[in-house]
Write a protein that binds this ligand. Sequence first.
Ligand code: KG4
Ligand code: ZN
Length: 411
Amino acid sequence: MRDGSGTGLSRTQGLILGIESSCDETAAAVVRGGTDALSNVVASQMNLHANYGGVVPELASREHLRNVVPVVREALSRSGVSLDDIDAVAVTEGPGLAGALLVGITYAKALSFGLGKPLIGVNHLEGHIHAVLMEARQRAEAPMELPLLALVVSGGHTHLYLAEQTRDLAETQDSEGAWRYRNVGRTVDDAAGEAYDKVAKLLGLGYPGGPWIDSLAVRGNPRAVKFSFAQIKPRPHRDGASLPNKKAPVAASGPSFDFSFSGIKTAVLRHIETRHMRESVEARRAALAAKLELKPGSDEVVGLCDAQTLDLIASFQYAVVGNLLRQTFAAAEAFGARGIVVSGGVAANRELRRRFQAEADRRGLPVAFPSLALSTDNAAMIAAAAWPKFVLEQFAGDDLGATPQLRLGQG
Ligand code: KG4
Ligand code: ZN
């Protein structure tokens, strides 16, 4: 099936079983050729952790243990292929919760050993980027020109990566190259999704906060409350590389493409205190606790929010999305990116999609987002990211372990 140079596979071949268990979703998927998701099964623990207002690591590991076997079985059954048909097993090796990662890794190792098929370790953040690239291939779109600037923005991460695919000139046109990443921006404190979750909690809304704030923000005035973001000092890049696009105005002043979201959470808290909103927050918290069936976006939830609260929510979201947008487009310009990819849970946000699309159109730059189903954690993205590694035979050894702080790329 494979030739000596590792380039003999086309995207119509090669079945990869992906397994993901880095946080609070146990997921498995079968993907052919890094493109066709024959199945994509996600068992979410969201309701379990909602009671605690955040992910509880011990509970997450226990749920992964309970779910991993049925989820993999379901993924195989929906894909219509048997375990014997699988060509490789790919699994998230990090970043994430140590105990949670270990459940997926241990199971993937056992499967790979039992089947005599290669094991591939995948960085979760690379998976988020490949969710978008995989769906673009499914739509048979021409590949985006490289390099890409990828914003991975979720509950645990806010990173900017410059992504390129290196190709060996000896390889044929349609062969795979290894992906290379440079981490050109990251949050210095909270992730953007974490800010959504914490602000939603401060306002007595449900968990995770993103969908609640997303649906309520359209009802308020985004300019009612002004929020500002800390100026972050530029840091030298570890690989010593300079900005390639020297003509870019942002390059001259030594820009930082880092983020900080802890200040806005404190500013929201201060606003609640100084505007005497605490009573209405507690009333909303109690009303939602009494009606757990209420979902974000329902009219009843809107009815629990006064105009002052809706304005605060709209202003918070306007500021966060504006900050993500400015840093992303400034980095794209400074590094000469030819396209932008936005992925991770916060990429589901409607205002974010609308404003990123409008700015990209204004600049004549393509921008791509994952479908809503692939914005949040899933295993199809892990199998898709594993594909180039499979073709290039970059397999993991049986010493593959969980790396909770795993980084992606240099920088
Ligand atoms: O990628 P993900 O499922 O898990 C992590 O790797 O963290 O992202 C979950 C995060 C949560 O913080 C959640 O509040 C946020 O994504 N999120 C949203 C939306 N949907 C989910 N944030 C803003 N708007 C949304 N519509
Ligand atoms: Zn994620």
